[in-house]
Design a protein around this ligand. Structure first.
Ligand SMILES: Cc1cc2nc3c(=O)[nH]c(=O)nc-3n(C[C@H](O)[C@H](O)[C@H](O)COP(=O)(O)O)c2cc1C
Length: 730
């Protein structure tokens, strides 16, 4: 619940301040170029930190009979106002070393003048200034609430900068850039507020007045060694005003960064010293930090921060709109008390709702009495016989926002009837606590007297529509709700299908396995390890095949099952037949660009993607391990493997045949023998890729763990976290 308060505050502030923040940011982007354009002008003289005021005054006095002021600005450009020997007044930039004139101060461009006005007051004078100041304060609050949201999302302040899982472009970059620009944005907003308060005199700059007692001043003496002009270098000076006349009671007025001095014009004695109040110090810093004056680096940081703010406006609103679109609970036709089937949804960002809605509508279409709601609305159900919980997991294995109260309610609400239930967990394998909350819900329902499971907990990675349909099919077989799985409208994304031509298909081998080669009709970008998604007309259920890329074509290894809809569909395709399919990127199972050595481990048809990878002519070490039944099973792949060995695109091939000899050898057995290869590859940041059956994967992982623990003194989990173990098993 707490996270929602912060999220709503963050959103409410963003909506309230949108116009002002947008205008201030766009104008801020333009204004960031002003200090940069100033800095690149040729008025900077190196070494003013070694030049003292006395030397500068002396060189000016040599050149000009009268000097009015000398100034040093934030860019360390020295400007002055002087009268020349021929009585003309000269204003502009000077070289402080020899007092030579460098040029007039350039006029501020109309673009910068216009933008500054818009930035400061929206051309509305005081009222505009007030709203800009308020906008700045609201942006500060947005940054604070945003930081709190990141802390909540990352489960603690210590993990503020730890890895963010990339599930959605807008969400991922909102967090990543938010963290990086937090400090500059806090500085921009706080200084913006400060400068506004200063303008409205809410903060006042009260300076002490100078008092001079000429009676007590020392006898005139020409600038002694200890004089303040000698001990002050030019880089500390802001302005130096010269005396009006030669009268002893007329003095220099020297403004430094931290104080103001009145200096005797002959003795160099300090007649009066007034320290700058803290307000002046803060004002100077606020101006420098807010505008980037005097520093190209800081101006660029401010510029990037402003561009990021524009991105936050876009990504923040995009996330909100997406969430709102997704989080729509369909209208109920039946009440909670006259429905037979209750669907309860737990969702943080709304994705689970679209699958829940498809399921709900599918059941309604077949005449079921269904009621749908969120998990926090759990209550008693008078006629229900089935409960389906569809819930995601958030934070570190925690309940999503609309499910936080569910477990408490489950233990307090009385249920009169015995209800059968099924729980589907939605999560992501990228999080260590995969579908943890669904697990918790399932465990609590298991021990509840009024609930009885009709199937095991089902976990779904990345909102997979295929997996959801698989679950729905299983559930439907148990409950016999008449659900038409093929026509469940689970997808809200249009499918961009491409045409492929069958250019080769082998006969089935002894294991009923065959290879099919497809040529894309149009040029397509894809890699070995990507997935080919096919939806056969017969059952309209999506199937995914891991593909090998050979000579720009797709090769897949398929096992023909007697009643397999898709495998028979593929098998019955004739040469030159056209099929429609989609290639899904699967970057988690492509050969990583930086890997210098790779081990491929597979059994059966799992060799498919590796047939492409072993042919790729990358100068890296590649070892292939494959487990099959007999020599006959291997024949299907032999040509590709042999040519890869011959061309040196494959370093070694290790085969395990389980039915060839009496001592059944499986792929994990040959791995154990080749432990040095495994240890070497992992130790040198190489990668192990596994494709095939889940049973094989589990056995292989066990063996790999033994090897790493023994030979590298580290459990396999360390290499899994380093992304050195990649799997694509089914
Ligand atoms: C900040 C954050 C934390 C997450 N934590 C987990 C987690 O601990 N376990 C898990 O399996 N999935 C986790 N996920 C993934 C979500 O459960 C997954 O994306 C799910 O499909 C979201 O569904 P929803 O939009 O209906 O909430 C997390 C996602 C985010 C953005």
């Amino acid at each position: 619940m707490i996270i929602s308060i912060w999220r709503y505050s963050h959103l409410a502030l963003a909506i309230t301040s949108f116009v002002f923040v947008f205008l201030a940011t766009v104008t801020g982007i333009v204004l960031a170029f002003q200090p940069i354009s100033e800095q690149i002008q040729p008025f900077k003289i190196d070494g003013i930190e070694q030049l003292n005021v006395e030397q500068t005054v002396a060189s000016f006095k040599k050149q000009y009979p009268e000097i009015i002021t000398i100034e040093v600005d934030a860019n360390q450009f020295v400007s002055a106002s002087v009268i020349t020997k021929d009585g003309k007044s000269l204003n502009g930039y000077f070289n402080p070393k020899n007092a030579s004139f460098l040029g007039e101060k350039p006029e501020v461009s109309n673009l910068f003048k216009f933008t500054t006005n818009l930035h400061r007051s929206l051309f509305l004078k005081g009222v505009g200034r007030f709203f800009v100041g308020l906008g700045s304060f609201l942006l500060f609050l947005i940054a604070v609430t945003g930081s709190i949201l990141i802390i909540k999302r990352q489960s603690g302040i210590k993990k503020f900068f730890s890895k963010v899982v990339n599930e959605d472009f807008a969400q991922y970059w909102h967090v990543i850039l938010g963290r990086l620009s937090l400090i500059p944005i806090l500085i921009i907003t706080l200084t913006g507020v400060y400068l506004s308060l200063l303008k409205f005199d809410i903060i006042e700059e009260k300076k002490e007045k100078h008092t001079i007692n000429f009676e007590t001043t020392a006898e005139a003496e020409i600038m002694p060694e200890t004089s303040v002009f000698k001990t002050t270098t030019l880089d500390h000076v802001e302005t130096l005003e010269f005396p009006f006349s030669t009268d002893e009671e007329d003095y220099f007025s020297l403004k430094l960064k931290n104080k103001e001095l009145l200096v005797h014009q002959y003795s160099g004695q300090v007649l009066s010293e007034v320290k700058n109040p803290i307000v002046t110090f803060l004002s100077n810093w606020s101006l420098v930090l807010h505008t980037g004056k005097g520093s190209i680096l800081w101006s660029i940081i401010l510029l990037i921060a402003c561009i990021n703010i524009l991105f936050f406006i876009y990504s923040g609103f995009k996330m909100t709109i997406d969430r709102r679109k997704k989080t729509v609970i369909p209208k109920n036709k039946f009440t909670k008390d006259n429905a037979d089937i209750i669907i309860l949804v737990g969702s943080e960002t709304g994705s689970t709702y679209h699958l829940a809605t498809a399921f709900f509508k599918g059941l309604l279409d077949k005449g079921n009495r269904v009621f749908i709601s969120d998990l926090n609305s759990y209550t008693s159900y008078k006629s229900a016989s089935q409960l389906i919980v569809l819930t995601s997991t958030y934070g570190e294995g925690e309940a999503p926002i609309n499910a936080k109260k569910f477990l408490t309610l489950l233990n307090t609400v009385k249920q009169e009837r015995l209800i059968h239930y099924a729980v589907v967990g939605f999560g992501s394998l990228q999080y260590p606590e995969y579908c943890k909350y669904a697990q918790l819900v399932d465990a609590n329902l298991q021990v509840h007297k009024q609930f009885q499971p009709n199937m095991e907990l089902f976990k779904i990675h990345n909102q997979s529509e295929t997996e959801f349909k698989n679950w729905a099919k299983k559930w439907n077989n148990i409950v016999a709700s008449g659900l038409d799985i093929a026509n469940l409208k689970v997808s809200n994304k249009p499918r961009k299908e491409q045409l492929f031509t069958v250019i080769n298909k082998t006969e089935t081998n002894i294991d009923n396995t065959f290879l099919i080669t497809l040529k894309p009709n149009k040029k397509l970008k894809f890699k070995s390890g990507d997935l080919l998604s096919v939806i056969p007309k017969k059952d309209k259920i999506e199937r995914l095949y891991s593909i090998g890329k050979i000579d720009g074509n797709i090769v897949i290894s398929v096992k023909k099952h007697e009643f397999g809809v898709c495998s028979n569909y593929f098998y019955n395709l004739k040469k030159n037949a056209q099929i429609k399919a989609v290639i899904n990127k699967n970057s988690n199972f492509n050969v990583p660009k930086k890997a210098q050595s790779v081990i491929f481990i597979s059994n059966g048809t799992g060799i498919g993607p590796f047939l492409g990878m072993i042919q790729q002519s990358k100068p890296i070490t590649k070892h292939l391990f494959w487990g099959g039944r007999t020599q006959q099973s291997l024949k299907l792949y032999k040509n590709t493997i042999d040519s890869s060995l011959k061309n040196n695109t494959l370093t070694s091939f290790n085969v395990a045949l389980s039915q060839e000899t009496s001592d059944k050898v499986y792929v994990q057995d040959i791995l154990e023998k080749q432990y040095t290869i495994i240890a070497d590859v992992l130790n040198t940041k190489g990668v192990i890729m596994i494709c095939g059956s889940i049973a094989m994967q589990n056995q292989v992982l066990e063996v790999l763990n033994k090897i790493t623990t023994k030979k590298l003194q580290q459990p396999l989990s360390v290499f899994e976290q380093n992304k050195q173990i990649l799997t694509d098993c089914y």
